[in-house]
Write a protein that binds this ligand. Structure first.
Ligand code: AMP
Length: 308
């Protein structure tokens, strides 16, 4: 099944206590497609400026990512810079320059309107709605969002929620969106607005999927090293939806397995700057990590966040 991914295609600068990089490729659609393309074909809708190093997307093209929907405009590409604390627990955004992204009006190529899965990256909810108006009855619609939109455009965000099957957010965003501290109660409240599934990413505490009458938690993969956490959430979404696209199923077993794939792809993302770890990552390595996580899930007690 084909996945349509709409989101930022960015240039990033990242600073950690150990090293820093500047002008590397990033953005939600890039991290998402780097992970999802190991499992299923991906179509990207986005925009870049004349400064974008398109040759660096080549490894993704070679893995079946179609960039026909990536518009090129005169001007600067979206640029984001961030700095991490020594323990990677917090991040400060130091620069955001929208550039050509300021006028981004996503156009889904006509041949892509039948995509089976749609992933709406973290962009203005009005643009997310515009994308949904251009696609024909996808099997699964999933989206990400962030506190910026929760605070500034709550009404549009509610309209997006009403059209979603899956919302992927981190724990802080889930609590803020629902106005509810208890995570299971927050997920229940969000589900009342539309999504049948709420996937809550909890960083080093793993991830929990909340559905009607059941929940499933997956511990995080204990990393040997963290180089750069940027994009881990989008890579999680890529692994999660990539598995659903590959199997064509969204039953309970597939959703459980998708959580393992998302956790695994998110964990690979943090091992290098930008999408560098995905340049060499093989499907066999990804599946080995999924098996490892599966064994951990089988032996670990449920996470506190999964209590209902
Ligand atoms: P994450 O670590 O999941 O927050 O994703 C980080 C990626 O999102 C970086 O590669 C940034 O280029 C991109 N990004 C940061 N801020 C925004 C924004 N406001 N809109 C779209 N993409 C963004």
């Amino acid at each position: 099944m084909q996945i349509l991914s709409v989101g930022s295609v960015a240039l990033d600068a990242v600073e950690t206590s150990a090293a820093s990089v500047d002008g590397v490729i990033g953005g939600s659609a890039v991290f998402f497609s780097a992970a999802a393309s190991l499992l299923a074909p991906v179509r990207v809708v986005g925009v870049v400026g004349g400064d974008y190093p398109l040759a660096q997307l080549r490894f993704l093209r070679d893995r079946g990512v179609d960039f026909t929907g990536l518009a090129r405009r005169g001007g600067e590409s979206f640029f984001w810079a961030g700095r991490y604390s020594d323990d990677f627990r917090s991040r400060e955004t130091t620069v955001t320059r929208l550039g050509v992204f300021a006028d981004f009006d996503p156009v889904v190529p006509p041949a892509w309107r039948d995509s089976g899965i749609v992933f709406l990256g973290n962009i203005d909810p009005e643009l997310q709605l515009g994308v949904l108006d251009q696609v024909r009855s996808p099997r699964v619609v999933a989206a990400d969002t962030m506190n910026y939109w929760i605070e500034r455009t709550p009404d549009s965000l509610m309209r997006v929620l009403s059209r979603l099957d899956i919302l992927l957010v981190n724990d802080e965003e889930a609590r803020q969106l629902a106005g509810e501290d208890d995570l299971a109660a927050a997920a229940r409240r969000i589900r009342r607005h539309g999504p049948t599934l709420v996937v809550v990413k909890q960083g080093e505490d793993g991830a929990v999927v909340f559905a009607d009458g059941w929940s499933h938690s997956c511990p995080a993969h204990a990393p040997e090293r963290i180089t750069d956490p940027t994009g881990a959430g989008d890579a999680f979404a890529g692994g999660f939806l990539g598995h659903l696209a590959r199997t064509g199923s969204s039953g309970r077993a597939a959703l459980r397995k998708a959580t393992l794939y998302g956790t695994a792809t998110g964990s690979f993302a943090v091992e290098a700057f930008s999408v560098d770890r995905f340049r060499t990552l093989s499907l066999a390595e990804l599946e080995a990590r999924v098996r490892h996580l599966e064994a951990a899930v089988a032996t670990e007690p449920r996470l506190a966040g999964a209590r209902r």
